[in-house]
Design a protein around this ligand. Structure first.
Ligand code: FAD
Ligand code: NAG
Ligand code: NAG
Ligand code: NAG
Ligand code: NAG
Ligand code: NAG
Ligand code: NAG
Ligand code: NAG
Length: 542
């Protein structure tokens, strides 16, 4: 018994010491690293209803934290066990709550990650290497379609599928020129430019923005008039997350026929695909802009053998009926051998279902566009890169590309997306998106890790190596000075240095070209001089 007293004393001493040390650490913490408790009380005390905002706050201690974090991450690469998690996620339901989140994020020294659809190719809306808060716009998704004025106000967290669905509930003869995947968010998509099946007819999504509601770093809510034309220009292709928060876009809706036509054809090398693709490069960017013809290209084994071939999957959308499409193809591209039987007439919204890569058909109810659990994120573990092609690749070059593809293990994909048409009418500086006149097609190349547990297995790493070697290999065939890349297919391999213009131009001029990049930097300095809105490839402040 006597013996236990000193040990008890020692125990209490140690405990006191521990407490003292941990309090020391805690107060150090308060100086250096923010704590989520303080952040949450800041939200409560700066909100007109503290109870209601705390129901919209998630920290890693909340049981639903993980599902909220992952719900809008579209690539398994960014939700690995090793991925840095947000300190806090807030899902505001109105603009005043967004002001509060912005205020407290600044006050407590967090970085802010603004998240709309969460499809960022480098996970920049969902993770960061420093303590950060996700402003998740998942509850900011109202859509107000005005058929008479051919416009729509769309909040920053709405998804493309929700937009298409809302339009289709009012009319089948108006649409918005946007992308294929229904789960992409309007926040990132529109502010990076945005291409889709109507690009040859109506330009990019950003070209069809009429106005915006925008929150600057001081919490002011601005519209086009009060923000001025420079900032309004920057938001339409410069990537909004360098400047502030897009609360809503006012979109121009465009006329489409009530009936459009969709067709698909597969052609392999044995069926002269090289010749046909060679011709495609001349036809697809120049044909009537009512026709958009995309090609997905992948390697495959022939039958049961180890001999390899290439399959090209041509997918067309024609803004009209079959009777008008067939003569157009007969005259311009008979080699595709498109017959009436493989053409299908449908509404524009149905074409979004069919061409949306989700395995839907024209008889799938269009309600799936607004039903997140109906959308299977099948191949959602990948790395992609983008290029623009301005000179047709010769047949010998195409054959070299196939041989290069055969070095990989069939996990690769190439996608050609034709431009021309309306895209020829804009100057490179009309918006920050500079990939305009003279672009024949956009070329996406990527590898998939869907059959792997992560992007870091030996097999996955080999695929990434192959992708990087393909990137080097393809250089002679793609645009030069600068070699262009698409902001919405952002790629940190392009570089992240931003201490000087020289460093930043390595990646910045690829996304925007020199004149636009310099203008974006000027606007950034005016709008956010302290560089609060930042990420690894945000517009720098020197
Ligand atoms: C499966 C898939 C299909 C795709 N298809 C196409 C396509 O057909 N055409 C095309 O052009 N692109 C396409 N993309 C690329 C897509 O446009 C970009 O990934 C785009 O950035 C996604 O926007 P998001 O809102 O879903 O992403 P998020 O990850 O939420 O956001 C992307 C970036 O925008 C910022 N941001 C988001 N919302 C706001 C806001 N309200 N205010 C300020 N900043 C904001 C984020 O902070 C982040 O930096 C596709 C991507 C995927 C994964
Ligand atoms: C605050 O929000 C809560 C939960 O949404 C609600 O029950 C309560 O009535 C609100 N209080 C006020 C004063 O509006
Ligand atoms: C998450 O936990 C915090 C702190 O305990 C709490 O205030 C908040 O209401 C919780 N969020 C939700 C959505 O329940
Ligand atoms: C266009 O919008 C205005 C303002 O919202 C409205 O008053 C007007 O009726 C609309 N015009 C048409 C043709 O619907
Ligand atoms: C084309 O080939 C792909 C891959 O094998 C297949 O999924 C698709 O259904 C084919 N399309 C047509 C129209 O045959
Ligand atoms: C491929 O081209 C050759 C030579 O022009 C031709 O003889 C052959 O019929 C073509 N094959 C197909 C499937 O079109
Ligand atoms: C393909 O190969 C497998 C295994 O070698 C064999 O069992 C199968 O019968 C082959 N199929 C065809 C269509 O040749
Ligand atoms: C959404 O899709 C899921 C999966 O297909 C289905 O079970 C569910 O009934 C759908 N919900 C609605 C409201 O249609």
């Amino acid at each position: 018994m006597k013996k236990s007293q000193p040990s008890c004393f020692v125990f209490i001493l140690v405990l006191t010491l521990c407490l003292f040390l941990s309090r020391g650490a805690l107060s150090l913490n308060l100086d250096d690293t923010p704590t989520s408790e303080d952040f949450i009380s800041c939200l409560q005390s700066n909100s007109n209803n503290g109870t209601s905002i705390s129901q919209l706050v998630y920290t890693p201690l909340n049981s639903s934290f993980r599902s909220i974090w992952e719900a809008r991450v579209n690539n398994l690469r960014f939700i690995k066990p090793s991925t840095p998690r947000p300190s806090v996620i807030v899902t505001p339901v109105d603009e005043s709550q967004i002001q509060t989140v912005l205020f407290c994020t600044k006050k407590h020294g967090y970085e802010i990650k603004i998240r709309s659809g969460g499809h960022d190719y480098e996970g920049l809306s969902s993770t960061a290497a420093v303590p950060f808060v996700i402003l998740d716009l998942v509850n900011m998704k109202s859509i107000d379609v005005d058929v008479g004025n051919r416009t729509a106000w769309v909040q920053g967290g709405a998804l493309l599928g929700e937009l298409y669905y809302s339009i289709s509930q009012k009319t089948h003869t108006l649409y918005f020129p946007a992308g294929l995947c229904p789960t992409v968010g309007v926040g990132g998509y529109v502010s990076g430019g945005g291409y889709g099946n109507l690009i040859r007819k109506y330009g990019t999504a950003a070209d069809n923005v009429l106005d915006a509601r925008f929150m600057d770093v001081n919490g002011n809510i601005l519209d086009r008039k009060s923000m001025g034309e420079d900032l309004f220009w920057a938001l339409r292709g410069g990537g909004a997350s360098s400047f502030g928060i897009v609360l809503a876009w006012k979109l121009q809706l465009v006329p489409v026929p009530e009936i459009v036509t969709v067709f698909r054809v597969n052609i392999t090398l044995e069926e002269n695909a090289t010749d046909i693709l060679y011709k495609y490069q001349y036809v697809a960017p120049r044909i009537n802009p009512d026709l958009l013809l995309r090609v997905q290209i992948f390697s495959e084994n022939i039958g049961n053998t180890s001999k390899k071939s290439v399959r090209m999957w041509f997918e067309g959308l024609y803004l009209g009926k079959i009777d008008a499409l067939l003569p157009l193809l007969d005259e311009n591209f008979p080699e595709l051998k498109v017959r009436r039987e493989i053409c299908e007439e449908m509404t524009m919204v149905q074409s979004s279902l069919v061409l949306g890569d989700q395995g839907f058909t024209s008889s799938t109810p269009i309600e799936v566009l607004v039903n997140q659990s109906a959308i299977v994120r099948r191949e959602w573990n990948y790395k992609h890169k983008s290029e623009y092609v301005r000179t047709p690749i010769p047949k010998s070059g195409l054959r070299r590309i196939w041989r290069k593809m055969f070095e990989n293990d069939r996990s690769e994909i190439l996608i050609m997306y034709p431009f021309g048409g309306k895209m020829e009418e804009y100057s490179d500086t009309a918006t920050p998106y500079p990939h305009r006149a003279g672009v024949l097609y956009q070329l996406l190349h990527g590898v998939n890790f869907a059959d792997q547990t992560s992007d870091t297995t030996p097999v996955s790493l080999r695929r990434v190596d192959w992708l990087r070697s393909f990137e080097k290999f393809i250089e002679p065939y793609v645009s030069k000075n600068p070699r262009e890349a698409y902001l919405n297919f952002n790629d940190l391999d392009l570089g992240v240095g931003s201490d000087s213009y020289e460093e930043a131009s390595v990646w910045g001029e690829r996304y925007w070209k020199r004149d636009n990049f310099k203008k974006l930097i000027r606007i950034k300095v005016e709008v956010d001089p302290e560089n609060f809105f930042r990420h690894l490839q945000s517009i720098p402040v020197f």
